[in-house]
Design a protein around this ligand. Structure first.
Ligand SMILES: *[C@@H]1O[C@H](CO)[C@@H](O)[C@H](O)[C@H]1NC(C)=O
Ligand SMILES: *[C@@H]1O[C@H](CO)[C@@H](O)[C@H](O)[C@H]1NC(C)=O
Ligand SMILES: *[C@@H]1O[C@H](CO)[C@@H](O)[C@H](O)[C@H]1NC(C)=O
Ligand SMILES: *[C@@H]1O[C@H](CO)[C@@H](O)[C@H](O)[C@H]1NC(C)=O
Ligand SMILES: *[C@@H]1O[C@H](CO)[C@@H](O)[C@H](O)[C@H]1NC(C)=O
Ligand SMILES: *[C@@H]1O[C@H](CO)[C@@H](O)[C@H](O)[C@H]1NC(C)=O
Length: 443
C-alpha cells in the first residue's frame, strides 16, 4: 500500500502523523515540555493500544481524576487512579512532569498541587504509559527496562490487579502493595475494604474491613491459595507466588494475550476475578470470594471445628473432639469450636495421626515451615515435638509428589472441607484412644 501512495497522500499521511504525535492528541508520553491537559478528549494511548491514560469523571460525578482504562473496551473500565482522594473540581486540571521526574496534577485555575508522585532525581525524565497498563517515569532513552523505573503506577495499587502487577511486599524497602476498594461507583477514594498479605508465619492473603479481617484466602500451596478452590481448574492463567527473603508477592499472567482479565476488590468488599467476554461485551465473574457460609466469617466453626459449605449444620468437630459449648453449638453458633476427648500422651509416645483430606488448611500465621523436608520427616518432627498439633505438606504442586513441611503448634482454626479432589491433606495428632475407626464425625 505504501508503494502506491501518491505525493498527496504521503503529504496527508505526514500531516496526520504529525497531528497524532503533537501534544494535542495521543502519544504515550508526558514530558516536562508536554503536559496532559484536561480538554475532555486527549489522553495517552499505550504503544500497543491496550491502555489509555487521561482525565475522567466516574459515573454520577463531575469530579476529574487521572486514571488508566482499557483503550479497546467500550465500557470505560478504570484500573488505576492517581488522585483517588483529591479530585480536580473543574475542567482545568493538568498532569505534568517536573524536570526532576515528579509527576504532579495541578488545578490550572490557581495552580494548586492536587497530587504528586513525590520528588525524584532524574535529569531528562519521561513518563510513559506501557502496554501492560503500567505508567512509569524513567530517564529518557532507558529502554523501558523495569530496573530503570524511578516511579511506576504498579507500585501503588488501587482496586485492580492487572496481569504482571504484583500484590504483596518488597521486604527490602518495606513497600506493601495491597488493593483497596473504591468508596462507590462515583468515588474512587479508598474505602475500608482491602486485600493483601499478612507476612506472619507462612504468608496468607486476607480480605479486611478496617482492622477487622473477614476472609482468609490462606497461604500458597504451590498451586493456589489454600482458600481459593476455584483456581485449581485454571489453564487460562499462570499464577506466580514468590516468597523469599526479598519479596512476598503474587502475580498472574495470561496464557493467551487475547484474553483480558483482572482481579478487583469490589465496592462491597468482594474479591473477584473478571474476564472480558468479547461477544457479549461484558465483564463476566470467573470466581469470587467470600462465596459460601464457610467463607463468611474468619473461623465459623472455631478451633478444631471443620466447616462443610454444603451441609447443614455446617460445623462438625474433628475426630476425637467434641463441642466446647454444646448449647451454642446446637443453636448452630460454632465459633467456640471443639475440645479434645482425650488428652495427648506425647511423652509416652502413644499418640497417632488421622488424615483429613481435601481441606483448606488452618491458619498459618503461627506455623513453621521447612521447604526441604519430606512428609515422612515432617511426621517424625511433629511426633518429637509435644506442642505439635498437626502437620501437612508445604508444596503440593508436583503431580505425584508433594514436598516441604508445615507444623502447627497452636490450635487449628478455619478448616474448610472441599469437594474431593481439591484442597489438600492435613495430619492431625490424636491420643491413641481417639484414633479408632468409630463414626468419624459423630457430632
Ligand atoms: C484552587 O481551586 C480549587 C478548586 O477550584 C479549590 O478547591 C482550592 O481551594 C483552590 N486553592 C487556592 C489556594 O485557592
Ligand atoms: C525492592 O525495593 C528496592 C528499593 O526500591 C529495589 O531496589 C529492589 O529491587 C526491590 N526488590 C524487588 C524484589 O523488587
Ligand atoms: C495497605 O497498603 C497501604 C499502602 O502501602 C498502607 O498504607 C496500608 O496500611 C495497607 N493496609 C494494610 C491493612 O496493610
Ligand atoms: C504415660 O504412661 C504412664 C505409665 O504407663 C501412665 O501412668 C501415664 O498416665 C501416661 N501418661 C499419659 C499422659 O497418659
Ligand atoms: C516445638 O516446635 C515449636 C515450633 O517450631 C518450637 O518453638 C519449640 O521449640 C519446639 N519444641 C521442642 C521441644 O522441640
Ligand atoms: C514446588 O514443587 C514443584 C514441583 O515439585 C517445584 O517445581 C517448585 O519449585 C516447588 N516450589 C517451592 C517453592 O519449593
Amino acid at each position: 500500500m505504501a508503494r502506491r501512495m501518491t505525493k498527496a497522500s504521503v503529504l496527508l499521511y505526514l500531516l496526520t502523523a504529525s497531528i497524532l504525535c503533537s501534544p494535542a492528541i495521543g502519544g504515550d508520553t508526558v514530558t516536562p515540555n508536554r503536559p496532559l491537559v484536561d480538554d475532555g478528549e486527549t489522553g495517552l494511548i499505550s504503544a500497543g493500544g491496550s491502555f489509555e491514560l487521561g482525565f475522567f469523571s466516574p459515573v454520577g460525578s463531575t469530579n476529574r481524576y487521572i486514571g488508566i482504562w482499557y483503550h479497546r473496551i467500550p465500557i470505560q473500565t478504570v484500573v488505576w487512579v492517581a488522585n483517588r482522594q483529591r479530585p480536580v473540581t473543574g475542567r482545568s486540571g493538568k498532569l505534568s512532569l517536573e524536570t526532576d521526574g515528579a509527576l504532579v496534577i495541578t488545578d490550572g485555575k490557581n495552580s494548586t498541587v492536587i497530587w504528586s508522585s513525590g520528588p525524584l532525581a532524574l535529569g531528562n525524565p519521561v513518563a510513559r504509559l506501557l502496554d501492560n497498563g503500567n505508567f512509569v517515569v524513567e530517564e529518557e532513552g532507558s529502554d523501558d527496562d523495569p530496573r530503570s523505573f524511578a516511579w511506576q503506577s504498579f507500585d501503588f495499587l488501587t482496586d485492580t490487579l492487572l496481569p504482571s502487577m504484583k500484590i504483596g511486599w518488597n521486604l527490602t524497602s518495606g513497600l506493601n502493595r495491597n488493593l483497596t476498594a473504591w468508596r462507590s461507583v462515583s468515588d474512587p477514594a479508598p474505602s475500608e475494604y482491602g486485600t493483601g498479605f499478612d507476612v506472619h508465619g507462612i504468608p496468607q492473603i486476607f480480605l479486611w474491613s478496617g482492622s477487622r479481617r473477614y476472609w482468609r484466602g490462606g497461604s500458597w500451596n504451590g498451586r493456589q491459595f489454600s482458600g481459593i478452590q476455584e483456581m485449581k481448574t485454571d489453564n487460562v492463567f499462570d499464577m506466580v507466588f514468590v516468597g523469599d527473603a526479598r519479596e512476598i508477592v503474587y502475580s498472574f499472567y495470561m496464557r493467551e494475550s487475547s484474553v483480558v482479565s483482572r482481579l478487583v476488590i469490589s465496592q462491597s468488599g468482594m474479591l473477584q476475578r473478571l474476564v472480558w467476554i468479547e461477544e457479549s461485551e461484558m465483564w463476566s465473574v470467573f470466581w469470587f470470594a467470600p462465596n459460601d457460609h464457610c467463607d463468611n466469617m474468619l473461623s465459623p466453626c472455631g478451633p478444631y471445628g471443620v466447616c462443610y459449605p454444603n451441609e447443614s449444620p455446617k460445623c462438625k468437630c474433628l475426630q476425637g473432639f467434641h463441642p466446647k459449648n454444646p448449647r451454642s453449638w446446637d443453636l448452630r453458633d460454632g465459633t467456640d469450636g471443639c475440645v479434645r476427648n482425650t488428652a495427648l500422651d506425647c511423652r509416652n509416645g502413644t499418640d497417632g495421626f488421622i488424615t483429613l483430606s481435601s481441606v483448606k488448611i488452618p491458619h498459618t500465621s503461627t506455623s513453621m515451615v521447612d521447604r526441604s523436608m519430606s512428609l515422612e520427616e515432617c511426621e517424625a518432627l511433629c511426633r518429637r515435638n509435644c506442642s505439635c498439633k498437626a502437620y501437612a505438606s508445604a508444596n503440593i504442586s508436583g503431580s505425584e509428589s508433594s514436598s516441604g513441611c508445615i507444623i502447627w503448634t497452636t490450635e487449628l482454626t478455619d478448616i474448610k472441607m472441599y469437594d474431593s479432589g481439591s484442597g489438600q491433606d492435613i495430619y492431625v495428632r490424636l491420643a491413641a484412644a481417639d484414633l479408632g475407626t468409630f463414626d468419624q464425625f459423630s457430632w
